[in-house]
Design a protein around this ligand. Structure first.
Ligand SMILES: Nc1ncnc2c1ncn2[C@@H]1O[C@H](COP(=O)(O)OP(=O)(O)OP(=O)(O)O)[C@@H](O)[C@H]1O
Ligand SMILES: CC(C)(CO)[C@@H](O)C(=O)[O-]
Ligand code: BAL
Length: 286
């Protein structure tokens, strides 16, 4: 089936109604476009598990702070369509900002606590914007399953909590981070990196690997784990850590070294030049 492009909410609902009535399943992959192999992994998983695969491409203004890169965020719908067709998606939903928010939105989804910690503290209002648009996309597409990358680990936890708290009738599927050969997590924002900055970027995954080794060797004190990460990052003069977080993987609560959780989430936000890169790793406690 050729890839269809839909830009209107009503049109998507009309297109999907008979799909549901026929008892077919719908998989939704929410994205902000400028797609790469990381997004393709989400689409492949959705393709394997659903009858109809919908990919949304929408740069959501609600989740950007006033000083962030909403206006300059990379966009290329033609290239996105090509990748989606190659990976067998059925529908790309690419609404305009006016279609999604015809007037200033006054209703928001706030996942308390989880949204204001860690990355939420660095980007006030970010997860409220994410939860609100994702909830809205769920109401528009009514998917059976929705797919999110582990790279944005806190985002995945926020969405899981929102779905549980509000009983959204769907399954959330987390997909492991896809990396380049040198370990750099694929990200649309990697396009901002100069060649010299790109050469520095593997330091993120290197620092996570060192911390994973330390945890494997019995280190569970979060301060010690953080010190290992920061030690490796300090070797790279272009890397400026913005967030080094060590938390219980399932709740993102702080870790008590006397009663460590079954697995630990390491979450990083590191500036390389003007680009803020994210990476994460979940490590089982031996
Ligand atoms: N390398 C990756 N591996 C797996 N999933 C990914 C990867 N990169 C992004 N995703 C997932 O794709 C979905 C859409 O993400 P988004 O469009 O923001 O891409 P991105 O590359 O993360 O962009 P950004 O550079 O803005 O962080 C999210 O669920 C995100 O976690
Ligand atoms: C989930 C999402 C598409 C919501 O805008 C976005 O935060 C992203 O791309 O990760
Ligand atoms: N992938 C996370 C979306 C954002 O940075 O706004």
């Amino acid at each position: 089936m050729p890839l269809e492009t839909v830009t209107k909410i009503a049109e998507l609902r009309e297109r999907l109604r008979p799909v549901r009535q026929a008892g077919q399943s719908i998989g939704l992959v929410p994205t902000m476009g400028y797609l790469h192999r990381g997004h393709a992994a989400l689409v492949d998983r959705a393709r394997a598990e659903n009858d109809v695969v919908v990919v949304s491409v929408f740069v959501n203004p609600l989740q950007f702070g006033p000083k962030e890169d909403f206006a300059s965020y990379p966009r290329d719908l033609d290239a996105d369509r090509k990748l989606l067709a190659e990976h067998g998606a059925d529908i790309v939903f690419a609404p305009s900002v006016e279609e999604m928010y015809p007037r200033p939105i006054t209703t928001h989804i706030e996942v308390e606590e989880l949204s204001v910690r860690l990355e939420g503290e660095r980007r006030p209002g970010h997860f409220r914007g994410v939860a609100t648009v994702v909830g809205k996309l769920f109401n528009i597409a009514l998917p059976d399953r929705a797919y999110f990358g582990e790279k944005d680990y806190q985002q995945l936890q926020v969405i899981r909590r929102m779905v549980a708290d509000l009983s959204f009738p769907l399954e959330i599927v987390g997909v492991p981070t896809v990396r380049d050969v040198d370990g750099v997590a694929l990200s649309s924002r990697n396009v901002y990196l100069s060649p010299v900055e790109r050469a520095a970027a593997p330091v993120l995954s290197r620092s996570l690997a060192a911390a994973a080794d330390a945890i494997g060797g019995g280190t569970v004190d979060p301060q010690d784990i953080e010190a290992v990460v920061r030690g490796v990052l300090a070797d790279e003069p272009l890397a400026a850590p913005d967030l080094v977080a060590v938390a219980a993987a399932d709740t993102l609560e702080p870790i008590d070294p006397k009663a460590p959780p079954p697995s630990i989430a390491l979450m990083l936000a590191v500036r390389i030049g003007r680009t803020r890169l994210l990476d994460q790793r979940v490590v089982a406690v031996p």
